[in-house]
Design a protein around this ligand. Structure first.
Ligand SMILES: [Zn+2]
Length: 515
């Protein structure tokens, strides 16, 4: 029996390794991705166990270690390459409770890099910002914030997204609500301008005047969704509250009910910590100095768990590498997986990589980046490379029609200038492409929000992207020709009337989190 199993094993291995034609390889990839998908397990480990991956946090380091460990389980060598340092910070427990006029726990969290509190927290009343004529009036008023939490966001008139109004409101009522909201926003923006500060410098002014904390609510225009970015204070905590908990506090203050809240925000400052990219490599056999890079940023904001930004891009590239290592272990060209650090603060990991690893930029056959949510790929642009049509078109022919029928291609397209890590390579004139996804309400619901969590992952679409990426990588690796980098004559920008110029490379921030 044993021998028979061994023979069957050998035979199946023989079949896999000898899946030589593109069609055979494509169908082997599709079968492995479908029948042996590791995506749910990878998503669980990354989002549920590691959690969000803010640069400079211990969770980011855990993520890098987990990635190296996972690649090594698959027989792929990987390393964490240090490229700089960042302000080290660790999120702790956040509890926000209203103590008076009644007791209720509120839904919110400390912002990234916000100063923390003791475990007892800070208990104080709240204040709203009145309308003032000018900066002199603001200077006269601002001592009133001393000892108080300041409510700094406009209270939203509705927590229902516009699509919900459109469905249920009378057209007159919907139009009236929008007009009122626009007027409120204009008045609010004018009020902040009158103080002489802008939204970036305002919190610091309140801190200087003795406020004990800042309470904001940055609604993301979807049910229950708030954008969660970083705090702009040095000593006092900044928390973001859900739209309605914020609205309730605001109404209580405005109606003279003088609510009392307690904020416990136990974050820790950790000094300077190193930052990394995880780089996995499957060496090429015929052209080892030519590269296909599977690219995704590994870091995230930390309002949720970074599931769709960019957990899904990350697991797409990891699963692609796993499948290729299994079915195509000796690629003609070297396959690299680049899981970049600190994309969110300005493509820092990938910008460092193009500086530190010029041989990969020089030998780049193609780079595929995915970073705009969980959706199936629907757009592919030639990024301004004149002959991209020829090779991308040829590679796409090997991809099943069930996948390519969703993809709209643009050739030669315009070079990407930012937005995600492929732009770091495009700026160097290297053929890097963005596998751009269907939105699945990305912008309002999951991009940099508290709702960017595991439950939003659409595994069928992610699997679709794995199959696409794996086949494109195989085709790029097997291509008898090295890809052309000839740049197209760029189009006229209709906004400026001038001809577009190729983007220029920018240096990374290798010492992040310093003012
Ligand atoms: Zn992203």
């Amino acid at each position: 029996m044993k021998n028979i199993h061994f023979l069957l094993f050998l035979f199946s291995g023989f079949l896999l390794i000898n899946a030589q034609t593109p069609a055979e390889m494509a169908s082997a990839i599709e079968k492995e991705a479908t029948e042996n998908s590791q995506l749910p397990a990878l998503a669980h480990e990354l989002m549920d166990v590691v959690g969000p991956r803010l640069v400079g946090t211990p969770q980011m380091e855990n993520a890098h270690e987990w990635a190296v460990f996972t690649f090594s389980k698959w027989g792929i060598s990987a390393e964490n390459e240090a490229w700089g340092t960042w302000r080290g910070w660790e999120r702790g427990i956040t509890h926000i409770d209203m103590l008076s006029p009644r007791v209720v726990s509120l839904s919110g969290r400390q912002l990234a890099w916000s100063p923390g509190t003791s475990s007892k927290g800070i208990t104080a009343n709240l204040i709203t910002i009145p309308t003032m004529a000018d900066s002199a009036a603001f200077a006269k008023w601002v001592p009133a914030v001393k000892g108080k939490f300041v409510l700094v966001s406009m209270p939203q008139p509705t927590g229902r997204p516009d699509y919900n109004w459109e469905e249920f409101a009378t057209p007159e009522s919907f139009e009236k609500m929008k007009a009122e909201r626009d007027a409120m926003e204009d008045a609010w923006n004018q009020k902040i301008r009158n103080t002489g500060y802008n939204s970036r410098t305002f919190n610091e002014a309140l801190e200087k005047a003795g406020a004990v904390g800042i309470v904001q609510s940055r609604w993301s225009s979807g049910f229950g969704a708030n954008k969660i970015f970083s705090a702009g204070t040095k000593k006092i905590p900044v928390v973001d509250l859900s739209l309605e908990d914020y609205g309730m506090l605001y109404r209580l203050v405005e109606n003279g009910r003088d609510p009392l809240i307690r904020i416990v925000a136990e974050s820790k400052e950790l000094g300077r910590v190193p930052t990394f990219n995880t780089i996995a490599t499957i060496p090429g056999t015929e052209f080892p100095d030519e590269y296909i890079v599977l690219s995704a940023h590994f870091d995230s904001w930390d309002g949720g768990t970074g599931a769709t930004d960019n957990g899904t891009g990350t697991i797409t590239m990891m699963e692609t590498a796993r499948i290729l290592k299994k079915l195509y272990p000796n690629p003609k060209r070297t396959i690299i997986v680049g899981l970049w650090g600190s994309e969110e603060q300005g493509l820092n990991g990938s910008r460092a990589f193009v500086e530190d690893r010029p041989e990969v930029v020089e030998g780049l056959q193609a780079l595929f980046n995915q970073d705009n949510g969980t959706g199936r790929v629907v757009n592919l642009s030639g990024q301004g490379f004149l002959h991209s049509y020829e090779y991308l078109g040829r590679w796409l022919e090997a991809v099943p029609e069930s996948i390519t029928r969703h993809i709209e291609t643009t050739f030669p397209g315009n070079p990407g200038r930012g937005g995600s890590d492929y732009a770091s390579f495009v700026a160097m004139g290297a053929p890097a492409f963005s596998l751009s996804s269907l939105s699945w309400s990305y912008w309002n619901y999951t991009w940099h929000t508290n709702l960017d969590t595991y439950d939003k992952i659409v595994f069928d679409d992610v699997r679709n992207n794995v199959i696409l990426t794996a086949i494109l990588t195989y085709m790029a690796s097997e291509d008898p020709e090295k890809t052309s980098r000839e740049k197209a004559v760029l189009s006229i920008n209709p906004r400026t009337g001038e001809q577009r110029e190729w983007p220029t490379p920018r240096s990374p921030n290798r010492e992040g989190g310093i003012d």
